[in-house]
Write a protein that binds this ligand. Structure first.
Ligand SMILES: Nc1ncnc2c1ncn2[C@@H]1O[C@H](COP(=O)(O)OP(=O)(O)OP(=O)(O)O)[C@@H](O)[C@H]1O
Ligand SMILES: O=P(O)(O)OC[C@H]1O[C@H](OP(=O)(O)OP(=O)(O)O)[C@H](O)[C@@H]1O
Length: 229
């Protein structure tokens, strides 16, 4: 057996993760072509690399199919209702910073807070005969946040990408998505509610609490942990 490390298979998150491991004397690389999802690890014995979608890493950690994984706090908390029992954060990696926020059309001048949204949601239902729609891929986190905020008159609409476009496309009245620079929100004429983000996320190195460790894996994990300082 080897200690299995799951890393995002593409984009910024993959590149930054490779850089972060390099700073700790561990060289991660993708085998063969850009399209091949196998990789290798140099600089530490007994560790192997698995390239995965960032969104699948939480589930693989929770199933114990990988021992370590890099992905955002947002994805772990969204995908794993019992995340604290299933995974443990080893290190925040100081990149991939993004806030999960609720945003409404900038033209809604009377709506700045969750309380305002609640009032508008009730009026919206009375007027249109259906609930105000919020587009998101973060169903669990958004439902929980709105429940705690006392907002009930809404319907979630699933959106797995280009979520900010759903308002202009008239498939939703509001959105909940991650934002970093804020540019996508601005470009789509949306404004963030002022109550503060639903969640602040960053790329984090997680350890599975359930993956089985053989003696050799335990030794590899100890060597790796010592490297992190
Ligand atoms: N603009 C951004 N700035 C910083 N971090 C971001 C940004 N967009 C996404 N992230 C973070 O990167 C991680 C991966 O996001 P996301 O699932 O959207 O990636 P993806 O490339 O679509 O991955 P997948 O392979 O699962 O489709 C998440 O933790 C998210 O918070
Ligand atoms: O605040 P900003 O810096 O503009 O970044 C936010 C955007 O980045 C992410 O999208 P991504 O580029 O991953 O594409 P997606 O819409 O397919 O998820 C996220 O879903 C936002 O749309």
């Amino acid at each position: 057996m080897t200690l299995k490390l799951g890393v995002p298979s593409k984009g910024r998150l993959m590149e930054k993760t490779f850089e972060w491991f390099a700073q700790h004397g561990i060289t991660l690389s993708r085998n063969g072509s850009e399209r091949e999802y196998a990789g290798s690890v140099e600089g530490i014995d007994g560790m192997s690399l698995v390239l995965l979608s960032a969104g699948e890493i939480p589930r693989e950690l929770a199933a114990g199919r990988i021992h370590l994984g890099v992905t955002g706090t947002d994805l772990v908390q969204e995908k794993l209702p019992l995340w604290e029992q299933q995974v443990c954060p080893m290190e925040e990696l100081a990149f991939g910073h993004a806030d999960l926020i609720l945003a409404v059309p900038r033209a809604w001048v009377d709506v700045d807070t969750l309380d305002d949204l609640d009032a508008v949601a009730a009026a919206f239902r009375a007027r249109h005969g259906f609930r105000l729609r919020i587009a998101t891929k973060y169903h669990r986190l958004v439902r929980e946040y709105l429940r705690q905020g006392g907002v009930a008159d809404y319907a979630l609409v699933d959106s797995q990408g280009a979520t900010e476009g759903t308002v202009a496309n008239e498939t939703a009245e509001a959105i909940a998505d991650i934002t970093s620079s804020g540019e996508t929100l601005r470009a789509n004429h949306l404004k963030v509610l002022s109550d503060g983000p639903i969640l602040r996320s960053q790329a984090t190195l997680w350890r599975s609490r359930v993956a089985e460790l053989e003696d050799a894996d335990r030794a590899t994990l100890a060597t790796f942990t010592a490297r992190l300082g």
